[in-house]
Each structure stands twice: as C-alpha cells, then as structure tokens.
Design a protein around this ligand. Structure first.
Ligand code: DLL
Length: 436
C-alpha cells in the first residue's frame, strides 16, 4: 500500500516527542485560557494560576470537564481569549435550546487547523492532481469552509459547490471530472437514488474517493456506498467546538481514524462516572484543543461514544486511532426499557442487500407501550408485484433487528423517494411518544 505523509516527522513521531509537543501546546492554551474569567475561576480552583503549573500531562486530569452548556452560558463572547481584532473567523452551530455555540479563530488558529485537514487528505492518498467537490454546506457550519482551506493548501482543484441541488452536483461531477467528494453519508446515499432521474450512472463519472463525516454511519453503509459508486470511502470526524472537521481521519488502510494528537488530546471516559477508561474500552470521547487560542477549550465532553485502538496502524503513523463513532450519549433511545442506539438499527438495515439508501425510525405510544416502526426504502426493481417476496423480506428485516436490539419492530417497506431526503446531516429518528 502506498503511504504518503503531509508532515512525516510529526505524523510518525515517537510517543515521548509527541507528548513533549502536547505539553508545550497545552501550556500555550492554558496561558490563553487564563485570560478569560471563566477559566481563571475554573483553573484557580485546581491550583493552576499560570502555564508553568502544567508540569506533565497528568496535570491535565486535574482540570474539570467542559460541556456545551459552558459555551452557551458564555454566549456570545464570554470565553473569547483574544481581542476581537485578532479574530479572523467565526463559526457557529445551533442547538435544540436555541442558544448557539460560537467558535472564534485567529489567523494562526485557522492556519494550524487547515494543516490538519491537509494532513488528512494526504493520508487518504489524494494529491494536488485531484478535483475536489466540496458538497458540505458553506457558512457558519465548519464542514464547508474548513475542508475547503485544507484542500486548497494541498493544491487540489477545489469546487466549492456546497450542499444541495443534486442535478447541478451531478453535472459538475461529470463535466469537471471530479475525483474526490466531501459529503455527508445521508446525502451520498440520496444522490445515488437520484441518478436514474438525471440519466447518470456512477460509471459515467470519474470519482475515486469520498470523505464522509459530520454524522454517524456504520461499516455496512460504507461498504454499500463503496460498491454502489465504485470508490474508496474514508471516515472524517470532527466537531465545531474542536474547530470542525480534521480532528481524526482515516488513512489508506481505512481501519478507523487517526486522531491528530499534536492538535488534540483525546481521553475516553465513563459517561456516568467521569472516570478515565483504558485504551480499548468504549466510552465518551473527551478532547482538549491544543491549537486554538482565540477560544480555548480544555477537556471538552463531546457526547460521542468510541474507543481507542491499542494496535498500531500499518501506515506507520503513531497518532492513535479511535473507532468510528458508535453512538452519542444523548441519542440513545429507551424503547420499552431497552437501550437502543439508532446506529445499531442502521447497521442491521444496511447489511441487508435489498434495503435501499434511505430509512427512518419512528417511535409512538400504543396502549401505553412504545412502538418502534422502521420505515425502509427498497430498490425499485423489488417492486415487481411479487407480494410474497416482499413479505418474506419484511420478516427477514424484523428477525435481524430482533436479534440485534431484542425488540419487535414494525417494518414498513417503501418505494424509493417515499421518505424525506437529506442533503446535509440526516434526521432519521422521529419520536412521537407521549411523555409521562
Ligand atoms: O459536523 C464537523 C464536521 C464536518 C465533521 C464535516 C466531519 C466532516 P458539528 O456540526 O459541530 O461539526 O457536529 C459534530 O457530528 O460531535 C458527532 O456527533 C457528529 N460527527 C461528526 N463527524 C462524524 C463522523 C461537524 N465521522 C458532531 N462519524 C459530532 C460520526 C460524526 N459522527
């Protein structure tokens, strides 16, 4: 396998050099954090009044976790650590509470972030010769602009089309001979379904790779998309609080994601007790941003669930890998007392060949009990009028789901195009249960 590096020295650095760099950068971040009253209070409580109080990485463990609510409560500028004059970029994400979280970047912050994105791109084997179609939305969302800068720095030809308008997307892919896509899994699934309408087939295109992220997806979804399009798909993870995409990226081996550890310190904790878990154990991902000074964020609880791999990667990078995101602490559904992650349902569905590219999970209350309905679109060719075939497929989906989540789901089979389509992050769970 051909392995290329953006910055070989850092990407293959031994643990002690990597940790030395982490400590140096952590001190820098702490010096900026201490400029905010939020962190002054928080750090002084644990005896950190100056960056020199950080002697080793163990000192990080003294610092309490931060959460999304800290950002909201300090909206809009309470956690800003530099003069507004120094800020060159603002991103923001809206949440269910209505108060957005705002992230600020200095010019140097954007530069360091961009570098990690370029690193991820090169790790997948892409080069300056590639034509990069950026189908993540531009604007306050970090997916568009963030990756745009990384791809430009690599020297790729960047087409900044953003999300939506499938016909135009396909036309651009064909006419500009796009080779690399940046897109959400939901949108890539949807586009395949639209191709017959525009009379375009994957083999009419020149695609080689796609970077998929911004929402969870399972390995069967990756395999399905790789087969449908005949391309290699790489997982890309990030969140706006940690700059955006570029926290972790898959390399050519596609065996989970290298966290760029000179940019982020990763810990996995038990989400209930806060205890730090050893490598290999699944828990909540906690990240410390080592490269952003405008808005320092130390030990941020992401709510994403994953584990750290213990085996080194054959690519030679020393930066540890995390598993794909296995769920979120806040997306777990409790269905008649059983804990279910939407990702478990997705994994089952996408491993059944007849299941098409779209599905929805619906919850309702019936006679005091939770009722789970899984709505699934099939490929058009299956609607040939043979009802017994559809009935047996329904039974097979039901059985496989029961084996995985121990719940009897109602299965609805639909023709392609019946369910809502997603051009960005998908919203596949509709919970209409009566609250007690
Ligand atoms: O989604 C940043 C991003 C853009 C990442 C483009 C990758 C590609 P937010 O809108 O703040 O930022 O959402 C962050 O999305 O905490 C995860 O729950 C989820 N997420 C992001 N990437 C992945 C992934 C961007 N590869 C939240 N797999 C995160 C699973 C992901 N979930």
């Amino acid at each position: 396998m051909d392995v290329s590096f953006w910055n070989r020295e850092i990407e293959t650095a031994d643990r002690s050099s990597l940790e030395a760099l982490q400590i140096q950068r952590l001190k820098e971040v702490v010096s900026y954090a201490l400029k905010t009253s939020f962190y002054q209070k928080r750090l002084s409580k644990v005896g950190i009044g100056s960056p020199e109080d950080i002697k080793s990485l163990n000192d990080l463990k003294k610092i309490p976790f931060s959460v999304k609510d800290d950002l909201r409560q300090n909206y809009p500028k309470g956690m800003l650590a530099v003069d507004m004059e120094k800020v060159v970029r603002v991103h923001s994400s809206s949440g269910t509470t209505g108060i957005p979280t705002v992230i600020y970047y200095t010019r140097e912050d954007v530069g360091r972030w961009t570098d990690l994105l370029s690193r991820g791109i090169i790790a997948t084997g892409a080069t300056a010769k590639d034509i990069f179609q950026n189908m993540m939305s531009y604007g306050l969302f970090t997916g568009g602009l963030g990756m745009h800068y990384g791809a430009e720095r690599v020297g790729m030809t960047v087409i900044p089309v953003g999300g939506g308008n499938t016909q135009r997307q396909l036309q651009i892919m064909r006419d500009f001979r796009t080779t690399v896509l940046h897109i959400t899994p939901s949108y890539l699934l949807h586009i395949h379904q639209c191709m017959p309408e525009y009379n375009i087939k994957p083999r009419d295109l020149f695609l080689k790779k796609a970077y998929l992220g911004a929402e969870p997806y399972s390995e069967p979804t990756r395999l399905k998309l790789q087969e449908l399009y005949g391309i290699d798909i790489y997982n890309s993870y990030g969140l706006s609080e940690m700059n955006g995409p570029g926290v972790a990226f898959e390399c050519v081996y596609k065996n989970d994601l290298h966290v760029w550890e000179d940019g982020y310190i990763v810990e996995i904790i038990n989400p209930t007790t806060g205890e730090i878990l050893p490598d290999g154990e699944k828990g909540e991902v906690v990240l410390t941003n080592l490269i952003r000074h405008a808005l320092p964020l130390i030990r941020y609880r992401t709510r994403d669930l994953a584990f750290i791999h213990t085996e080194p990667c054959p690519c030679g990078r020393t930066h540890r890998r995390i598993s794909r995101i296995l769920g979120r602490t806040d997306d777990m559904l409790i269905i008649n007392g059983v804990n279910v992650f939407p990702s478990q349902i997705e994994e089952v569905l996408m491993s059944i060949p007849e299941v098409g590219t779209n599905y929805m999970i619906h919850l309702a209350t019936r006679e005091g009990l939770d009722r789970l309905t899984v709505k699934v679109e099939l490929y058009q060719k299956l609607f040939t009028g043979d009802l017994s075939q559809l009935d047996s497929l329904k039974g097979r989906i039901k059985d496989k789901l029961r084996a995985s989540i121990t719940i009897n789901a109602h299965i609805e089979l639909h023709e392609p195009g019946f369910l809502p389509a997603f051009e960005g992050k998908g919203k596949r769970v509709v919970d209409e249960r009566q609250k007690l």
